[in-house]
Design a protein around this ligand. Structure first.
Ligand code: 9MR
Ligand code: ZN
Length: 623
């Protein structure tokens, strides 16, 4: 029903999905109104007179999630003041400007300036391992889909500098990374206090903060991220980019001389330290990832050899990436490599493993009442991030196969995070009608503002009940997906963290473009672009594409390209590629264009480029 008029625009039947959904214990029925696309504000009413929250149907519905989830990284910045212009009411003073002292467990004494970077989560610690996967996920989004992630107007201090904000934000972290490297090339594991802070603003957090031992997992992460940053940033600032590559190479030099994991047995908090550990029993995945990124950035044979010798030791793509296991990130870098010397056979093995892993995700999604790609048993600390990272893998599989089932499954992962779940609740602060008001996030609590800082996804249901609040409210008979509570002290279900937000940025940023109808129309006064789209099949002889080139100067010729591209910007048909004078043009879509092409159903775009300006319109092709 429409919000204001109460008019009914769509009605349908519910279908039974499950009488006893495993993850929730619920009886679940589904109403599908995906064919109803009229923009507006609506609610749903059942025969029983129950009504839903009011919601919006709009091609821009995901814009807000994307912007806020990326901006959340800015709100995590350590070491500089957040000003009103960028932070609004969440402005705050600079914090932790005197980081940090070598912890006695390093065997070193004194102080190393290591300022900046992002606070890890609800606490104020900074951990290289977790920072690594967070930064890398943001960089991967930009690297694979640059057109979707190139906004320079997110209102962070660097906005408008001609560099995509997502790179500026990551650079803030990169500067801190550089400061965590030791002279021998190795990288210190973390910079934290010995105990978690109390709930004060970061600038009020006093007491000693320490740099802990070097670790090979931190060093591997560091290499991967700096190498990746180098290849994306070199077009913007080659001297800083080169500094990053050199730092990565020095770190590799140290790492490749270590026989086993450092410290032996993996990093552990020394006695007396209780802050985050990010411990790991294996560094072989970090080493593989480091080699993959160095190969992609340099093309150097030695890195290629290292990757090709080791890539299959833990199997192919058979797990979802997380802070502890980055093997899949190594595989993805090789799978999407642009290096010409790549081994095509390995590439196709990796692709096949990605497809079968995604098939398993799709079948989990099919057996879950809310379409979630995790099974009971997988609702552990940070389960929401597993759901989101699964969404990334599904998108990448869609990218390689063009098969819609992966895309629709990816959309469902985001739907779950945004409210299609047993809690009828958006897990992202400031997004939707009902969302976490008491996240375990120190600045959100200590600032005295009732509204939490927006754009943060919380960890989500945790069936292992890893904190006293979860243990108080739930027990081992609680269905796994219900073990969540919006409580300040439920750090194991209601905390926020940078590595959980990064895949939210990826998923919402990718899918927002997917739903937008007009992708970019920079300069519409000069060139009109019309499209007559005969739904559902625009690839036929009734389709006409009309555009006008308005004359600016007498006898001017415009360089005109008209093409049809798929979701990834790859050209499917070229309709015009020449110079044209001002005038109105009409192109009819004759069968000569499509007779010898087999196209799958999906989203395509008409793309008109006139000189330097590109106009894009979406079309849907259904067979
Ligand atoms: O995300 C981490 C999760 O996978 C671990 O099970 C948990 C306990 O070790 O730690 C989580 O990370 C926390 C980190 O140790 C300290 N900062 C807050 C992080 C999110 O809760
Ligand atoms: Zn700080």
């Amino acid at each position: 029903m429409e919000e204001n008029s109460g008019n009914v625009f769509f009605s349908g039947e519910l279908t039974l999905i499950s009488t006893n959904d495993q993850a929730t214990g619920m009886l679940i029925k589904k109403g599908d109104f995906s064919n109803f696309t009229r923009e507006g504000n609506y609610y749903i009413k059942l025969n029983s007179n129950d009504t839903s929250y009011h919601f919006r149907i709009s091609s821009n519905a995901l814009e807000d999630v994307f912007k806020k989830s990326l901006k959340a990284f800015y709100f995590q910045r350590c070491g500089s003041q957040l000003f009103y212009t960028h932070a609004g009411v969440y402005q705050r003073n600079a914090c932790h400007t005197a980081d940090g002292f070598y912890h006695s467990s390093t065997g070193q004494s004194g102080y190393k300036l290591s300022r900046g970077g992002w606070h890890d989560a609800g606490d104020y610690g900074k951990y290289v391992v977790n920072a690594g996967i967070s930064a890398a996920t943001l960089l991967m989004a930009y690297e694979l889909f640059p057109d979707y992630f190139n906004s320079d107007s997110l209102n962070i201090p660097e906005s408008g500098n001609g560099i995509p904000d997502i790179l500026d934000e990551v650079k803030y972290e990169i500067n801190w990374f550089l400061s965590m490297q030791s002279d021998d090339g190795s990288v210190y594991h973390k910079l934290t206090k010995e105990q978690f802070e109390s709930f004060v603003m970061p600038s009020q957090d006093s007491g000693m903060r320490f740099i802990y031992q070097k670790s090979s997992t931190a060093t591997g992460n560091f290499i991967a991220v700096l190498a990746r940053f180098y290849r994306l940033y070199k077009n913007f600032d080659s001297s800083f980019a080169n500094q990053c590559l050199n730092a990565a190479l020095n770190a590799w030099n140290w790492l490749s001389n270590q026989q086993g994991i450092v410290p032996a047995g993996g990093f552990h908090n020394p006695p007396g330290t209780q802050t985050g550990e990010y411990g790991d029993y294996s560094d072989s995945d970090e080493r593989l990832w480091a080699a993959a990124e160095l190969f992609e950035s340099t093309g150097d044979q030695s890195f290629k050899d290292y990757f090709e010798f080791n890539y299959n030791l833990g199997g192919l793509i058979n797990s979802t990436m997380n802070w502890q296991n980055v093997r899949t990130l190594a595989h993805l870098t090789y799978l999407f490599s642009k290096q010409s010397s790549i081994d095509q056979n390995i590439k196709s093995q990796l692709l096949n493993s990605l497809i079968s892993y995604s098939n398993a995700l799709v079948s989990k999604r099919n057996s879950n009442g809310f379409g979630v790609s995790i099974n009971p048993g997988e609702y552990y600390w940070g389960s929401n991030s597993q759901v989101l990272n699964n969404g990334i893998l599904l998108i990448l599989t869609y990218n390689k196969t063009n098969d819609n089932k992966y895309l629709s499954s990816a959309i469902e992962q985001l739907n779950y995070i945004l409210g299609c779940n047993a809690h009828n609740f958006s897990f992202v602060t400031g997004i939707g009608k009902k969302y976490p008001m008491k996240p375990h996030h120190r600045p959100s609590e200590a600032d005295g503002i009732p509204e939490p800082i927006p754009g943060f996804v919380v960890g989500g249901p945790n069936q292992f009940l890893d904190d006293p609040i979860l243990q108080q409210y739930f027990n081992q008979n609680t269905p796994p997906a219900l073990c969540y509570i919006d409580h300040l002290q439920s750090w194991a279900s209601n905390e926020v963290a940078i590595n959980w937000n990064a895949p939210l940025v990826f998923l919402s940023g990718f899918l927002k473009n997917f739903f937008q109808t007009d992708v970019e129309n920079d300069n519409n006064e000069i060139y009109d672009f019309e499209l007559e789209q005969n739904f559902p099949n625009p690839f036929n002889e009734q389709t006409k594409i009309r555009f006008t080139l308005k004359s600016k100067t007498h006898n001017q010729l415009y360089k005109v390209k008209l093409r049809i591209v798929n979701l990834f910007g790859q050209e499917i048909f070229s309709l015009i590629d020449d110079f044209r004078p001002a005038g109105t043009y009409e192109v009819t879509f004759t069968s000569s264009y499509y007779s010898n092409k087999i196209l799958s159903s999906g989203i395509y775009f008409y793309q008109l480029t006139v000189n330097e300006n590109t106009f894009t319109k979406k079309m849907v092709y259904l067979k």
